[in-house]
Design a protein around this ligand. Sequence first.
Ligand code: MN
Length: 203
Amino acid sequence: MAFSVPPLPYAFDALEPYIDKMTMEIHHDKHHGAYVTNLNKALESAPNLQSKSLEELLANQCAIVPDNIKTAVRNNAGGAINHDMFWKIMAPKAGGNPSGNIGQAINSTFGSFDSFKEKINAAGAGRFGSGWAWLVKKGSGIEIISTANQDSPVMDGLFPIMGVDVWEHAYYLKYQNRRPEYLAAWWNVVNWPEIEKRFNSAK
Ligand code: MN
């Protein structure tokens, strides 16, 4: 069974004015679409891997993937799993302050929600080139990291609770070179109930 792109769980223009419709169309259909197409293509030569989950393909630096397709799987399975999460942890009429277990964990780890936001924004703004800023589950705690390209925290055994895409394709049409402005706006579409679910299910 080939991998596919799940439909966006809301309309392309639902995250306006923070993320514009055209960015969402191109990002979901073309960019996420290409990761899935290229992953399926790479796995044509490894039929035994086609039934694996994205997590299984990425685990331990793609340990189960043969060398000749390792880079393609790392980039494209990473792109697929990162975007599967990204669409879900955003929603229209969202944002605000986190509550529940995730709200507590953020406050106890980072002191306050504002301080957490600052650290995520700094991780995103400071990522040179393309990549992601993440909040991950590590052991019994949580931690902010960033990764390059489409590298997933799953490759290092970390569970991504939430992450923000800082590739230019995520913001350039509306924000051009102003990545910090995109990051500031992004908090208005963060879907805390979904992030709470991910946090509670994190292994
Ligand atoms: Mn992206």
